[in-house]
Design a binder for this molecule. Sequence first.
Ligand code: ADP
Ligand code: MG
Length: 283
Amino acid sequence: MNAKNPSASTEGTALQDASEMSDAAEKLNTPLLEIRGLHVCAGELEILKGVDLTVNAGEVHAIMGPNGSGKSTLASVLAGRPEYTVTGGQVLYEGDNLLELAPEMRARRGVFLAFQYPVELPGVRIWQFLKAAVDALRAHRGQEELSARDFDRLLREKVKMAEIDPDLVKRSVNEGFSGGEKKRNEILQMAILEPKLAILDETDSGLDIDALRIVADGVNRLRNASNAIVLVTHYQRILNYITPDHVHVLQDGRMVRSGGPELAHELEARGYDWIKDTAAVDA
Ligand code: ADP
Ligand code: MG
């Protein structure tokens, strides 16, 4: 139980256990992600105008909203994309300032981002990419590199879970992939890296029912009590397959409404204009 101090089981146990328990309790009470009053600009344009969001381990959140409301900007800022400037507010990840962490450090600490338009990496095969990512994660945790054989075993298990054609992992990352293949690759990455916080920015169009199912099945299989998933989506469709714990509506750079899964259905039935009207009344 106590790797740092093996004698702790016989001496000084009570004190150490108490302090470990209070550390653990504190961790339990700290949200995985806490966004407070976030303001973000691209050049002169203010896109996010004070966004608040709290995500705890074990939760799936859907962020919905009309085109141009700032959903992808929010995901991009969490990923650390340089074209956006944070002009106000805070983003805490496990209580630490996420915005100060370099993007690769965010990844090592368990933040995973899947983009609306995934990059192609010609000449880098999926398995090579995943092996490098896994080794970097393990190095960060002070673990040894996986042997080729152990990695192969892990990859095979996850390929099966993500229902991927095993030949796909021999191809260059996303090069010439269909929409569905990109989605499968995304889910495979998640399955292998086991992020604590996954942020998936789903395309607003062009995702066929197959690709939708791949993402939904993947999310449903990977969600558990110790991780969290933030699903950014324009359409309610995908939420027919994933039941989020919380739904938020982003409109013109502000969270104008939050609720349970029923909110997504209400949006499906009544559209985003209904929110705009009622938000104006609330204000
Ligand atoms: P969503 O994903 O909700 O459709 P985006 O975050 O992509 O919205 O965009 C929000 C608004 O900010 C849009 O009007 C978009 O044109 C603008 N925008 C996003 N990124 C940039 C950028 N890098 N430079 C200038 N304008 C941007
Ligand atoms: Mg978008």
